[in-house]
Design a protein around this ligand. Sequence first.
Ligand code: SF4
Length: 361
Amino acid sequence: MLTAVRKTTPKAPRITAGRPAAAKERCPAMPVADWKRQLAGAIRSGEELLERLSLQAHIPELARDSHFGCLVTESYLQKIEPGNINDPLLRQVLPLLPEDDASAQQAGVHDPVGDLNAMAAPGLLHKYHGRALLVTTGACAIHCRYCFRRLYPYAQHAGLEKNINDILDYLAKHPEIDELILSGGDPLVLDNNKLRTLVAQLQAHKSLQTLRIHTRLPVVLPERIDEGLLELLQKTAANGLQVVMVIHANHARELDNAEEDALQRLHAAGIILLNQSVLLRGVNDSAEALSRLSKRLLQCHTLPYYLHLLDPVKGAMHFNVSEKDALRIHAELEKALPGYLLPKLVREIPGKHAKTAISRI
Ligand code: SF4
C-alpha cells in the first residue's frame, strides 16, 4: 500500500497578510528577479490565501486533510480576481472540503497512472518505448489541487544525487531510450547548478537525443526563466541534445505579460514550446475557455499539445468532467479553432504503451 506523504517545498519565512493592490499589478516591493526568494515567500495556507483575496467568509469551506498543503506563488496570486471564490485560477489552488469527502472521492485511487508499477530505477519511470521519465524532485512552486501525483510517495523514491548512478546505469542498458522527460514535482525548482550537473550527466549518454522538460514554472513563477537557465538550455541544444519544454497552462488568464515575456525568451533561445492542459470542472470546462487558451498560447509562441481527462486521483475527483461532456466540448472546440491550435483529447490508462486518444466513434 502506498504511503501518502506531504510534498516537499522549500522552507518559507512567513508572508505578510494583506490584499494585493490589484489583480493585474505586480507588488512594487517584490524583487521579481529573485525567484528563489519569491518561492520561499509563497503562501502556504488556505486561510492566508482567502484573506489575501478578501474571501475570509469562505474559510469554513477549506479542506481539513492537510497532507497536500496549499502552496501559491505571489506571481500566481496576482492573477486571481480578489473577491471571486469561483475564479478559475483560484479553483486550481484552493483546498476545499470536497477533497476530504469520501463519497465525492470514492472513484479516485492513489496512483491513477500506474507510476509505481513503471519504476525501472529509483525515480525513473519507463512506460513507453523510447522514452523514460525522471522524477527529479518532489517540490513544486504551486500545489495544483488536481495533481495526479498528489499522493506519490516522493519521500521513498526521491533523491536524485543518491539515485543518479542507478538511473544512469539503466539508461546505459537501454539505448533504445532516446528521449528523457524531466518531471517531478517540478524540475525547474532545481537551481541552475543542479540542473547543469544533471544535464551534463545525461548528455554523456549519446543515445539520448531529446530532453523534454515538463514544468509549470513559466506559468506560476515566470521569474524562474533567468539568464542562467536560458544559457544552460541553449548550450544543451548546441551540444546535440534537443530541448523541448512542455508547460502546463489550463486557462488563458494564467498567461499574463510576465508569463508571455518568459515564454518569448525561451522561444528566442530556440526551445520548442508545447502546452498540456487538464480538463477541469469549474476551471476550463467550456469550448470558449479552451479556445481562448489556445489563442493566448499562440501569442506566447506555444502550441497546444494535449488536453487530458482528469487522472482519477483521490482528493481531486470533484474536478472530473465525464468523457461524454469532454467529447462534446472538444467537438465544439474543433469547430472554433484551426487544426494546429486544437489539443488532442487524451486519457492516460495505466499499462498502455501510449496516451489513449478519446474520440467519437
Ligand atoms: S501538477 Fe505539476 S506543478 Fe502542479 S502540483 Fe502536480 S507536479 Fe506540481
